[in-house]
Design a protein around this ligand. Sequence first.
Ligand SMILES: C[S@@+](CC[C@H](N)C(=O)[O-])C[C@H]1O[C@@H](n2cnc3c(N)ncnc32)[C@H](O)[C@@H]1O
Length: 263
Amino acid sequence: MGDVLKAKQSSAITLLDEFCSAHRNAKIADICTAYLPICHAGVFDNSAVAELLLSVQDESYAYIDELDNIAEGSVLLNLFSGSGRLIRELLDRGLLRHFDAVYNVDRSLSMIEFSKKNFQVECLKFICGDILTVEMGNAAYDLAVCHCGLRYVKPDCYLELATILRNLKRSCSSCCIVTEIDESFISSFAHVLKQSGTVFQWKKRRVEVQRNTTLYLSHMYYETDLQFKTIINELSLMQEVSVQDILRDTAGYKIADMNMLLF
Ligand SMILES: C[S@@+](CC[C@H](N)C(=O)[O-])C[C@H]1O[C@@H](n2cnc3c(N)ncnc32)[C@H](O)[C@@H]1O
């Protein structure tokens, strides 16, 4: 991580620390509900956040070692591609060369530009746009991956997303994989898949993942200082423990179940 980024990140934490000491008695009613604004605040249109996201090194993509549909000449759709962690994982494992084309789709221009600059390999194609509306090309894919993107789609758009994924052109051995650590997103999406008649498998896999609290806080700090303070203020008024405690509780690594839907 760059020095400037580290300095900005630590300023965000200092800001939060200062705020917490001034509001030491702040209480919360429901830690989970109150943490949601942080989790859902990701706009991601920020190059510093793109760099931070790519710095996350955990086992989120470990399942790709077990995929058997990465044959020579495959086509991959990397949906909600972010700053390119999947590309990095494929490169590290020597798997990228198996693909004729990898389409990376993300609605954040900063994420797309960052990954385009970072990964200059011929097979990589970048598409900036909303998955629900963007034109994704006509290549029949062998593998489509949506990692940690479902959480940013409103539940009332799940059916639309399921229809888009089902209607994408596929090769005969294709597989679409939707993954999330948080089971609630996966169970709601599985419900929609079932209703729309899609046959799928739901697998769980124990992984070590990095929790992103600092990332989101930094993001808010970069977005606007006022927005950052406002959200922290609202949080601290709702919480039974101080925001500082939440930060300690949520930062770092944890062992969790990766929930995977395959269809
Ligand atoms: C948590 S990041 C995950 C990125 C990547 N899959 C990874 O493993 O690092 C979620 C990404 O989804 C993108 N995103 C959220 N909603 C989207 C949508 N409707 N269409 C396209 N991209 C979206 C965000 O811009 C962000 O880059």
